[in-house]
Write a protein that binds this ligand. Sequence first.
Ligand code: IPT
Length: 983
Amino acid sequence: MTDAIETTVPSSGCRTPRSQGVRYSRRTVSLSGSWRFRLSPTAAGTGPLPGDGTATPVGEWDEIEVPGHWVLQGYGDPLYTNTAYPFPIDPPRVPDENPTGDYVRTFGVPVGWHRDGATLLFQGADSAARVWLNGVEVGWWTGSRLPAELDVSELLREGTNTLAVRVYRWSAGSYLEDQDMWWLPGLFRDVLLVEGRGIDDVHVHAGYDHDTGEGILRVDVTDRAGAALEATLDLPALGLEGLSSAVEHRIAGVAPWSAESPVLYDLLIRAAGEEAEQRIGFRTVAIVDGVLQVNGTPIRMRGVNRHEQHWERGRALTYDDMLADVLLMKQHNINAVRTAHYPPHPDFLSLCDTHGLWVVEEGDIETHGFIYAGWEGNPPADDAWTPALLERTARMVERDKNHPSVIIWSLANESEGGAGFDAIEAWIRDRDPSRPIHYERDRTYHNSDFYSVMYPSLEDVAAIGRREEETPEVLAEDADGERRRRALPFLLCEFAHAQGNGPGSLADYEEIFAGSDRFCGAFVWEWIDHGYRATTEAGQTYVRHGGDIDYQPNGQRYCHDGLLFADRTPSPGLLEYAKVNEPVRIEVSGAVVEVTSRYQIRDTSNLAYRWRLERDGTELATGDLAVPVLAAGESARVEVALPEAGHGEGELWLTVTARLSHDESWATAGHQVAWGQGLLDGGAPPSVAGTRERVGQVRRLEDTITAGPLVLDAGTGAVRSLGGLPLDELQLDVWRAPTENDHGQGALNNTTKVWRAVGLDRMLHRVDGVDVDAGAVTVRGRTAPATQPFALETAFTWEPLSEESVRLTVDVTPTGAWHDTPYGHHDVVLPRLGVRLRLPAGLGRLTWFGLGPGEAYVDSRTAVLAGRWSLPVPGLATEYPFPQENGNRHQVRWAELTGEGLPGLRVDAATPIDVSVRRCTNHDLDRALKPYEVPVRDATYLHLDHAVRGLGSSSVGPALPGRYEIPIEPTRYAVVLTVTEPR
Ligand code: IPT
């Protein structure tokens, strides 16, 4: 047994935790930067560390950057597990194989410093650290994402001080840190030397009385012994001076803090002959009749779960990384963060205070891996661990108690239940009764002020909204407990698993949330893909996931499940979430525009509106739209003075946008926050619409049949060319490269497994006949998987319309028992239903009228607008880190593929279709494991689909709602193909 790392005792030698973010007159020296470093295979490390009397020659050691994780700086590998512990379950013991990093550096103490009370502050050491200063052991601690502060008053000396830190990869603390994330050891947050001063800690209680508009301020100032210090307080912006500490003040004319309107005040504190400064925000959090309120107003959090993650630095985020996260959230209409699943770097919370985000701050506690022990020995249910749980909780609450953005404490994630939770709940209620408490995984919810679950279906959420959900089993016999639970507000701490292409149904969830005041917020899982930038020997880049590291167990690709890609590029899922969360709803009906504010607190004086009138995607007119300033929740109707647009070819759309009228801290003036669209006129059918009468002749020549511009093989009915444009391989294609959601979660909703078992990934084709008459040629065939008795019978009917155009009508008739397969309860569903054809690679640009510009699917199509769009073929793709279906364009009315020096191909759809274009087949995409394995063929593949299956979020979550499946029934759709002039 090694103390420090194999005991349930959490720490030794650390001083009591206190708040940060106080701009003290107290000074600090950053000890971040280059340290000497040596990695050892066991907890013995390099032996005695340097200081007085020991002369370890660290001059020979490597240099390493602090903050950082050694596994991302060339020493070993980061490991990714979801729920599994990467060591045997035998708490509090850990294996002898325990990579241990010894860090050494020297520093000097600035002249004139107050050494009495000076500390070393470690913002984060993963997973346990032991510190020597000048050869004397000062202390050790566990708790990776929590601060540890050591009093070094007695040990600091003039001249050079030698600081040595031994950091252990595994410790007893690791048992409390089984979050779904990479295991990343090291000194990964700042290390600081902090001056000792009289004002030791400040506790700000800044409430807001919404009835009187008064701020309610009480500030407790304490010395190092925890005793109250008499202090005087100034609030210059409110013209207040010399208020006393430790008493409540009612302050008139205060602007309250909220995520929508994050007003902060500078508070000056004078005590013990010193001056300190703290930014404060006035706000009161309350649950009133089962509704979460801030400052008397019900709020709803439109949130994300955020891990700290950078694709090179891991959890060692820079200030700019944190700022980027906050700005990206604000710019995408996100108003809340759950700090899944541990306290973030404290600067992140300051950024949330400044720019305005509601924060659910979560303790650094997760014991998920005890599931493999049947929850036997689970720390929260074992009293030996209670001191560790309490200490972790105190280190979070004390550090962050003064942040107005933190409105809810979350005890932990995924750790079942136990008396340990009663202890930490009681501690928080005593220390900080001002914030409600969340804990999801104990189904009695007796420690929680919120009812909460993860990943429910739409039906289940709707039932919760009506307060008609089923009673949790554990409360079946406990009428009082159940009555209490049922009266709680509902906080959806995780939903919409954003792994790969998806999540679907964001708009569906929002519609349900909007229907009940029981919903106080929902948090998408999760903000950013956890993965590491990597390069193959051949120089191809990719993003590493758990399975790319030679270690078992690992959680594979499960870590790539964010709304941001690993490089912080927004995914289509984030754009969808931004649209779903827009702060004003704009509904356009004719020339009448109805704007409804979805702000809960602020008014819309920050917004300016414009309208744009387009026919077939071409702008006809545009102008400003005067919409009255709306109070939260209000709506207004205004009419656009539209010019006469006549009745032309193509659809006439009116689009109205709302943009920031002036700079905000998180975006500049002009940033678009919302839009709405209305169809004013369906327009005259385009020149080659599906209804057009056929003209021209079908002719049978020796080897070929021609139908207007189309040439078919006379024997097989295969297409060859269209007016000089080579085109072939036209066939029914039902396959798609499975999305992460198509794989489901383990055995649950594993649609891909059924598809592969049935053989939808290797359909075989047959032509049964080519029927020719004067006006049409019909190629009859059958497409079916090996082994199976069921099939899709097809008829492709070609009708010439002109010298340039031909109509293709696709008839698909299912035969055999499609719904009665030998694969358990799973029905066979179709990935897609449509035709694909092969065209010259030179057709490199798609221009279309339909939803765009981004990819869209039937259950994720809110972020795209009707209009005319144009992109080069590679630009149509979304490069998911694991290759899968992507790039679909939805509700396409017409599309044209063009390329230099080649005739183009225009497609007009009688009814809107799905279109995708890529330089490889679906099967190519399916076979690739990394983006660089996706081949670029010497061809352009065009998919014209009657339908593409929805996305859902079954990678963790419910089955795809039935309405987003493709019905297997007789289906007919038609497109007109036209060869166009070379450009
Ligand atoms: C839930 C976890 O809380 C979260 O950390 C993450 O693992 C997520 O799932 C899936 O990516 S646990 C839930 C699947 C029971």
